[in-house]
Design a protein around this ligand. Sequence first.
Ligand code: UD1
Ligand code: CA
Length: 477
Amino acid sequence: MKWSAVILAAGIGVRMKSATPKPLHRVSGVPMLKYVCDAARAAGISDLTIVVAPSHADSAEFRAAAGKDARFVVQTEQKGTADALLAARESAADADAVLILHGDTPLITPETLRSLIDEHERSDATVTLATASPAPVDGLGRIVRNDGGEIRAIVEQQDADHETLAINEVNAGWYGFDGNWIWDTLTALQRSAGGEYYLTDAVESAVRASLTVASVSVGDPNEILGVNTRSQLAVAEGLMRQRQRDHWMDQGVTLIDPAATYIDASATLAPDVTIHPNSHILGTSTIASGCEIGPNSIVIDTTIGEDSRFVSSHAEGATIGKRVSVGPFSRLRNGAVLHDDVYIGNYAEIKKSTIGSGTHVGHFSYVGDADLGRRVNIGAGTVTANYDGKQKNRTVIGDDTLVGSGSMLVAPVHIGNGAVTGAGAVVTHDVPPGATVTGVPARPVKARPEDDLTPDQPGQVEQETKARSESGAATGN
Ligand code: UD1
Ligand code: CA
């Protein structure tokens, strides 16, 4: 049977009181519409039509959420769910069966859709719908069955009498329809009292024509939660966050305090990652095994390599290697690339810079638009002065250099391999490899034969720092 899915996403979503279209509101960092499209694809349906309002026909955000292969059709006026489906008539015309989904049910699962598809095919039904019971019923259509348990109608809450309101089986809004039957049926529907064309009335049409109406019940009633209001959005958020946490714990991730851990649905974690409380792993972040993240950390669109440590810090758009230590209290901004074994201590800010392996930026430093080599030691309070008021300039620092505390590196500037800058040096000119510069503006000092200014062991740095402080070169460590 050839299936096509139609996702209704043209509603105004008035109750959200938002400038953002409802299907693009995010749950666990991902637009609601994306969950619905992904679930349809995971259930085996790749032919997708999205029904949107005219103003969203060319929306890049809608297209990104729906995926490249989805087709978009426009519902000119928001006249109800049946009218919305009719907009997809041509797009889904050659399907034997049409799966209808709503853009506001992010907790939908492929398993439920698979069972709906299987039941529709097995029972050769005209309509198959997903229902939930007992479910949070508020605002949902009630399923009316006869004494034999057959579905007779779906009654919307606002049209229901007292007795119907007491029914606790509700309509998920996900249906399989016979593709040869649905389209003409839609055109014959009457307006509801509220002036809308209800897709739920198509079920009654099938009943009146004595056609088969089948149903499947949703395993977890929470799955059908439709988001119409901000409070429902918050409920969906809570349920989805719990789903993410359960998933990652199943995959071998330790969450010290799950309730205080926030993992976006678009993030990826490896087994043996440990997340400490109040940590947020957001966007497309990827955390490799052996990492410890948190407490109190925010990691956005950032990749962290194996066995790294990230404490009370903030990273966005950064790439972090293996065995790196960051924090507490540092910030990695877009384009920060930290190679293996880098050490970033407290109150450091790194932006659009590469930091070579084994390099230390221990305290109170700004490194922006810079390329640091390997085993560099950046002293406390060092600043790359990258902005001259007009443009950003780069700073290049060679391997094994020792940048003294409080150095101002006025870009563009190049510090050669093994060079040293003294404490408080304001470096305005390039420093040749192996040279030591001090002062304001920094000038070379004469090298004394007893000074070996190339630190080649991490432990050597501290000793040499003492020695060099006599010559005016010093770092914070
Ligand atoms: C609908 C069902 C209800 C069901 C509930 C499940 C109808 C009449 N009611 O109610 O039985 O329990 O979903 O969540 O179908 N849309 C359009 N164009 C329109 C109107 C709506 O595209 O003119 C889209 C919306 O964007 C939304 C979906 O259809 O994605 C459902 O519309 P909504 O207004 O949220 O329907 P509910 O009142 O929730
Ligand atoms: Ca809804």
